[in-house]
Design a binder for this molecule. Structure first.
Ligand code: SAH
Length: 357
């Protein structure tokens, strides 16, 4: 029997401007074509080659043959009373991820996923409960932003890499995404309007520092000592605090950008007054900002949230100890809350989807 091999077409939305120029050059096309096509993909957010009306027909046919454009479909859409919109997006291969559009006074912010699932295993997080299925391509991550902008009809001015997945565990695609989204020929979202959150992969933090990007790096700290942090985040066994904190200090020195620490408060676990003191000692002198988030309880997790009064007490204590701390505004708390929850709910329908060819 003849073997049939179905080759996946390459994702044309994932090429940086220089990589796209290389591709087009290999097809015998001049550089200006690559610039035009990049604009079609990343400024006009085309989801179809036929939309590229200034391209020769023969080239469009060739492009269709070789490439696909990342164009997820909206499988579910939930709108919160505060204007936050949460999307369950289905990728070309049927996998689903979540994207959230938040409306702040300074502009619209999209929170993007970077992987299908996550391998990091944080005990309080819904995104990681079924592990990691695959990485998203740079083009798929960009398409999350384009889908939210197109659907809302409003310009997106900020992007946070805080959705499903560990961005630094998908390092190369995330770096390409940052270049694409900040490119003047694309949506032109400046690096200072981009934030990347990591659970603390030390070698990748070091690699990111060397790139000298002006983005905001957030580090999910959640605990000021190894026993407490390892209990919440298995990644701490690989990169304990005596490695992570010096890496954060070096990152600040190298890039001149202050790190922001995320600290999700869990009742009876990391919210005691002596823990606040320990946290202040740990990050003393860094000038770093601490973002306090009451934990969003997820099914199957033993953790519950610290009450609001205790959150404010924790914050005040940090401030009194000279640490700049804010409590994150909870947007969209009336819709499937913590990231990863919508995708998990949808997993119940997986069987049905897997049966369709
Ligand atoms: N993998 C990255 C980014 C994804 S999550 C990281 O770990 O930083 C973005 C933030 O939400 C992280 O600080 C993460 O620890 C936190 N988080 C995840 N689940 C949460 C929950 N149920 N309640 C509160 N914060 C949560």
């Amino acid at each position: 029997m003849k073997e049939v091999i179905i080759l996946e077409k390459a994702c044309i939305s994932s090429y940086t401007p220089s990589a796209l120029a290389e591709q087009l050059k290999a097809m015998g096309q001049p550089a200006f074509r690559a610039r035009q096509i990049f604009k079609w993909l990343h400024q006009k957010m085309a989801t179809d080659f036929d939309a590229m009306t200034d391209q020769p027909k023969a080239l469009i046919a060739q492009l269709k043959e070789r490439y696909q454009i990342a164009a997820p479909t909206i499988r579910r859409r939930q709108q919160s009373q505060d204007g936050t919109v949460k999307y369950l997006l289905q990728m070309g291969d049927g996998n689903c991820i979540e994207t959230v559009l938040m409306r702040y006074s300074y502009g619209n912010t999209v929170c993007v996923s970077t992987q299908v699932g996550c391998a990091m295993g944080c005990r309080f997080c819904a995104s990681t409960q079924a592990g990691r299925l695959r990485d998203l391509t740079a083009g798929e991550i960009a398409a999350e932003v384009y889908t939210a902008q197109r659907d809302s009809g409003e310009r997106v001015s900020h992007v946070v890499l805080m959705g499903i997945g560990e961005p630094l565990h998908n390092f190369d695609s995330v770096m390409d995404f940052l270049e694409i989204i900040s490119c003047p020929e694309g949506l032109n979202i400046g690096m200072r309007n981009l934030s990347l959150s990591t659970c603390g992969l030390v070698p990748q933090i070091e690699a990111l520092a060397k790139k000298h990007l002006q983005l905001t790096l957030s580090v999910s700290l959640h605990a000021p000592n190894n026993a407490m942090r390892s209990g919440m985040m298995p990644v701490n066994d690989a990169y304990p605090l005596e490695q992570l904190i010096p890496a954060c200090r070096r990152y600040q020195e190298e890039t001149g950008r202050r790190i922001s620490f995320e600290y999700s408060l869990v009742r009876g676990v990391n919210d005691a007054p002596e823990t606040a003191r320990e946290l202040a000692r740990l990050i003393r002198g860094m000038g770093a900002h601490v973002n306090l988030i009451p934990i969003n309880p997820v099914d199957g997790s033993p953790y519950s949230a610290t009450d609001d009064a205790n959150v404010r007490r924790f914050q005040k204590q940090l401030e009194d100890l000279g640490v700049n701390a804010t409590v994150r505004r909870r947007l969209g708390s009336d819709i499937s809350a913590a990231c990863g929850q919508l995708r998990r709910e949808d997993a119940d329908n997986k069987l049905e989807r897997n049966q369709t060819p």
